[in-house]
Design a protein around this ligand. Sequence first.
Ligand SMILES: Cc1cc2nc3c(=O)[nH]c(=O)nc-3n(C[C@H](O)[C@H](O)[C@H](O)COP(=O)(O)O)c2cc1C
Length: 173
Amino acid sequence: MAADAGRAAGAQVTHLELADFDLPLYNADLEARGTPDNARRLKEIFHAHPAWIICSPEYNGSYTGLLKNTLDWASSPIKGDPEWSSGTKPFVGKVVGLLSASPGALGGLRSLSHLSPLLLNLQCWLTPKQYALSKAAEAFDDKGQLISGLAQAAVQGVVEQALHGARKLHAPD
Ligand SMILES: Cc1cc2nc3c(=O)[nH]c(=O)nc-3n(C[C@H](O)[C@H](O)[C@H](O)COP(=O)(O)O)c2cc1C
């Protein structure tokens, strides 16, 4: 839905499933033996995209370990590689819209309040609009589309703000 909204607004969209990158659990001793190719690939993809939408479920009132692990790998400098010596390089100036979804009544809203400061710390810009989809198990039809027009409009609003922000921020002077 978010990817479709981005395409409808004229963006070239790359849809990532973080689990597909199959990154090991980050720790510095492991990293000292070499950065996984997929961590480098993620850095390149993040860096190449001026607007992002992050959509995640909520675990124990926060964002998931998978998302944290991905952000940890993507923000860790690659030792001995001058191109990626700055951990924040993939993140600086990205305009990020946040979406969550969960079967609960709050739709993962609490996870967004934890994720926001992490992304700000990495020098991302966050859209003023965010959206938490409650009762997510019943929210989609059998084609995977959101049933509620209000929910569709809310997702579209976040996507449009991210694109608008990125176009303004990255416009030539
Ligand atoms: C360990 C764990 C903790 C969870 N904590 C929350 C929570 O705090 N709030 C919530 O709304 N849902 C919570 N859930 C429900 C998940 O949001 C729900 O299972 C969701 O569909 C998981 O998506 P996934 O299968 O893509 O990881 C939790 C699920 C798990 C496994």
